[in-house]
Design a protein around this ligand. Structure first.
Ligand SMILES: CC(C)(COP(=O)(O)OP(=O)(O)OC[C@H]1O[C@@H](n2cnc3c(N)ncnc32)[C@H](O)[C@@H]1OP(=O)(O)O)[C@@H](O)C(=O)NCCC(=O)NCCS
Length: 330
């Protein structure tokens, strides 16, 4: 007798999207009460005008729940249709159980497989790649992928090199079966030789022993060089792997790290002017794993993106890691 193996859908697609941001707006004027900077400097160097930070009652869990519920409703599904939940986060400060298991239960995804991944600002695209594989292998039918961060809790608000950049949000997508192609092959990778370029200042046990918090530290210029060189090139490889010509693209949604990085990518990619480029960093700062779904939802809500559009995405960040693919907008 031969073992039974799983059999999945011919293709996978993103069926629904959702996003959630905290209510508290922290503008550059408030930021400049924490660090020696100016609204002009922050806008000119990054494009950020304001960002959101969690306040009383808002957590990485509550943002995840909100975004996931929206994505499931947008997909036309109910929680009982979901059989796997993946959350990319570094902000869930309990090592076990996973945030995904808690969120799956609270949403009502009964008996869904659930696990967290840590791929920093590339986490949403890493999660999408996993979800696509699960659906096409038959291991799952409908997967919720969430990118959620509360980096305001992991950033030194008085650190001039990080405080103005990082912020809080969650974004989510439901991935399910499709009869036609709607997600290109993922292009992804890592370079642990550059692990020290963006990293936490100490382990959790060192934080306890030393009585000091563990926070994100970054060598900004090194990240900038990597993102405008290697990552711009990786973005070209994603487009090439998708089989689409640049003029067949409708949307470009890069990780919202910095407008100047996005500008450098655009110079490298030479995309036609008909391609709409996400710039949600202006309102939300760098929300890490949440930034791509948040930016895409913003484009849909503003009417700049519509169902059926082709969307090139690239996430990149601490690790160093990167991942991206082209999807069809649900
Ligand atoms: C962080 C970043 C905006 C800093 O810009 P930069 O041009 O590299 O800044 P530098 O550290 O070289 O400093 C340049 C000048 O600005 C000043 N400066 C640094 N931080 C400042 C701040 N927050 N406000 C005002 N001035 C600041 C420095 O003192 C320096 O002044 P000087 O020329 O008089 O000596 C930039 O490196 C960057 O965007 N990197 C990528 C970060 C990123 O996207 N990370 C996330 C990836 S997931």
């Amino acid at each position: 007798m031969a073992l039974v193996t799983s059999k999945g859908a011919p293709y996978a697609r993103v069926m629904g999207l959702g996003a959630a941001v905290p209510s508290r707006v922290v503008d550059n004027a408030e930021m400049c009460t924490y660090i020696d900077s100016s609204d002009e400097w922050i806008q000119q160097r990054t494009g950020i005008v304001e960002r959101r930070w969690v306040s009383e009652g808002e957590t990485v869990e509550s943002l995840s729940l909100d975004a996931a519920r929206q994505a499931i409703a947008h997909a036309g599904l109910t929680p009982s249709d979901i059989d796997a939940v993946i959350i990319s986060t570094i902000s869930h400060l309990v090592q076990t159980p996973s945030l995904a298991a808690i969120v799956a239960a609270k949403i009502g995804c009964t008996d869904a497989a659930a696990f967290d991944i840590a791929a920093a600002c590339a986490g949403f695209c890493y999660g999408l790649a996993q979800a696509e594989s699960l659906v096409r292998s038959g291991a799952a039918t409908h997967v919720v992928v969430i990118g959620a961060e509360t980096l305001s809790k992991l950033t030194d608000h008085h650190d001039r090199s990080t405080a103005f950049l990082f912020a809080d949000a969650a974004g989510a997508a439901v991935v399910g079966p499709s009869e036609t192609s709607a997600m290109s092959p993922v292009v992804w990778g890592s370079d642990g030789h550059q692990a020290d370029v963006i990293q936490m200042t100490r382990t959790w046990s060192e934080a306890v022993d030393e009585g000091k918090p563990s926070q994100v530290a970054m060598a900004g210029q090194q990240v900038f060089r990597w993102a405008t060189g290697f990552i711009a090139d990786a973005t070209s490889r994603i487009l090439e792997a998708s089989g689409l010509a640049p003029d067949e693209l409708d949307l470009f949604v890069p990780h919202q790290a910095n407008n100047r990085i996005t500008d450098a990518m655009l110079r490298h990619l030479k995309l036609p002017e008909t391609v709409t480029v996400a710039r949600s960093i202006k309102k939300y700062g760098n929300t890490s794993a949440a930034s791509i779904p948040l930016a895409l939802v913003e484009l849909i809500e503003s009417g700049e993106a519509k169902s059926g559009d082709t969307c090139l995405m690239i996430g990149f960040g601490a690790g160093l890691v990167y991942a991206g693919q082209v999807i069809t907008v649900p």
